[in-house]
Design a protein around this ligand. Sequence first.
Ligand SMILES: O=C(O)c1ccccc1NCC(=O)[C@H](O)[C@H](O)COP(=O)(O)O
Length: 219
Amino acid sequence: MSLDIKICGLKTPDALDAALAGGASHVGFIFFARSPRNVEPQTAGALRAAARGHAQAVAVTVDADDSILDGIVAAMSPDMLQLHGKEPPERVAHVKARYGLPVMKAFAISEAADLDKIEPFRGVADRFLFDAKPPKGSDLPGGNGVSFNWRLLAALDPGIDYMLSGGLNAANIGDALRLATPPGIDISSGVESAPGVKDAALIADFFQAVRTARNASAA
Ligand SMILES: O=C(O)c1ccccc1NCC(=O)[C@H](O)[C@H](O)COP(=O)(O)O
């Protein structure tokens, strides 16, 4: 089975190069002012141009209105929009129709009942991203480096396309892949040396850990 790998929160050509060298299928750009990973649309545009033909560019937004999304889409022509706020199904449908782009809707998971919340979004969102709930005191809805119980995902309908996210790193990705067998994975702070600072060596280590885990499970 193939595995999509998204490296999220990229801000620099060096970090992008490391993600592409490792074999990222998706690269994510954060548009959220409070995040240490926030990028200007023009910066993301230059990075996505360098990624074109190598990885899908994902624009990550949080309850953004049409005028903000218009600016992002015009500046960087993403391949996909990730909605990481409290957007209801009607908003997801509107965004899909307005931009003609696939939408990945993020959900914060801490217990099995949280997964039931995707039901009204099935057939509307193209893909889901399952992340951990932000810890108390965090003012970021994502990129918090915390994980949830991956075993919860083992019970999902296998027809559901999603990325597993939240607190992944080179040390735990083997367990995550074994317990959840996700179609895609997403990582941000686990490949950073400081908040918002991607580290090429940690990115390479993560890809190596993914390869090691996948080879072990195929053996
Ligand atoms: O990463 C951020 O700063 C961020 C801010 C606001 C909304 C979403 C954000 N990140 C979304 C992602 O897709 C992250 O990769 C995901 O939350 C996992 O992050 P991490 O736990 O640090 O690997």
